[in-house]
Design a protein. Structure first.
Length: 398
């Protein structure tokens, strides 16, 4: 990758990165909370793991459906305002999940939590892209991704700790309280002019949110999201009982997901310079190979840890690259809608993954789940290779 001289970020860009990073951590933390306590929650609610998969799929589906209104609102009223609104909605959804409303009530509450999480990416990514120079955007997306994985990696530990005095619902209480605090911080930042709170003007000739080749990119993004949804549903069950005398299960889960944070940072570096579609295709192509290997080596003492960590690294590494590629083909005034379309496609198409993964796991175990995800990954990798070829042809003027 070409060298790059870093300069100090402007205050608005720095504040946007910090605030959006907390939002990203909370978003993906909320996405994993129910998965970590899936077995305990299912027993308490009197349902099977397969039935519990409906609650997880409801979260993912609503997360995708909420992206479109979030993008529309962000482009019309400003990305900072909608990011602030996201925290309030997250507090509401998490608070309802903490109440004893029966399984039906939990499904509805978890769906609302998913809708709240769906408000984050169009607004938060849009806030970053309109507050940061194009030269620094790749690095900023990388750090932003790391923050998301900090939230993901810390949830198994936090939920486990809170479950001791408060039960499995304690994690949702913690999410709600933190979201309220961050919503109040956002009001202060906006009112004092320390966040970009405007709406970029639209210019004649601005590109549409989806340009040439964007549908193909969305197909690959959706495939990546499906893999991650299926993976995060099952891999906590895979880790159970695999902890050593040195590390317990929760620490192992956190360590695997922390590798995803390293991947996010590396993805920010990979997103700079030329040849980005080729690097992206290589990362996407590696994922089904890793999953197929994981399905074959689950009985090995060391390889499962290595392979699960490698998948988390590769999948999360691809995300900052996708975000940067979308920013490169979209006008500033349409960033909210561009990211909304990304997450609409990704989350809606990935929403069946938790249910399918839970069903396969309950009937056949985790090995067949990873094998199934590897097949889906091959389809996504094929799209990435076509995207790379299109990019090469465009660069050569063919």
């Amino acid at each position: 990758m070409p060298g790059h001289n870093h300069v100090a970020m402007k205050p608005l860009a720095r504040n946007a990165l910090l605030y959006a990073s907390f939002g990203h951590a909370m978003c993906h933390g909320s996405q994993l909370a129910a998965r970590v306590v899936m077995v305990t929650a299912a027993i308490d609610l009197g349902v099977s793991l397969e039935t519990m998969g409906w609650a997880l799929s409801a979260f993912t589906l609503c997360m995708g459906l909420a992206a479109l209104p979030a993008g529309l609102l962000a482009d019309r009223y400003g990305t900072a305002r909608v990011t602030n609104l996201y925290f309030w909605l997250l507090a509401l959804g998490a608070g309802l999940c903490s109440l004893d409303l029966g399984f039906g009530g939990f499904v509805v509450s978890h769906a609302l939590l998913g809708a709240a999480a769906g408000f984050y990416h169009p607004a938060g990514l849009g806030l970053l892209s309109v507050s940061t120079s194009r030269e620094e955007l790749g690095r900023v997306f990388g750090w932003h991704g790391v923050a998301g994985n900090i939230g993901v990696a810390s949830v198994p530990l936090i939920v486990t700790v809170l479950a001791v005095p408060f039960g499995w619902r304690g994690g949702f209480v913690g999410l709600a309280a933190t979201a309220v605090g961050l919503a109040l911080v956002g009001h202060v930042l906006r009112s004092t002019g320390r966040l970009y709170d405007g709406v970029p003007e639209r210019k004649q000739g601005d590109p549409r949110p989806l340009g040439s080749g964007a549908l193909l990119l969305l197909f690959v993004i959706a495939g990546n999201a499906f893999l991650l949804e299926g993976f995060t549903t099952v891999f906590p069950r895979t880790v159970e009982g695999m902890g050593t005398w040195v590390l317990d299960d929760a620490t192992v889960m956190a360590g695997i997901l922390a590798l995803g944070g390293v991947g996010q940072y590396m993805g920010g570096l990979v997103a700079r310079g030329t040849g980005v579609p080729g690097r992206y295709a290589a990362i996407v192509f590696a994922q089904p190979l890793i999953l197929a290997a994981a399905a074959s080596f689950l009985d090995h003492e060391v390889m499962p840890f290595v392979l699960l960590g490698a998948f988390a690294f590769a999948n999360y590494m691809s995300q900052p690259i996708e975000n940067h590629m979308l920013a490169a083909i979209t006008a500033r005034a349409r960033r909210g809608m561009a990211y909304a379309l990304k997450f609409l496609a990704a989350m809606v198409l990935a929403s069946p993954a938790p249910l399918i993964a839970a069903r396969i796991y309950e009937r056949h175990g985790d090995g067949p789940v990873f094998a199934f995800l590897a097949v889906v990954g091959v389809c996504a990798a094929s799209g990435a290779l076509v995207l790379r070829r299109r990019s090469q042809r465009a660069a050569s003027g063919a």
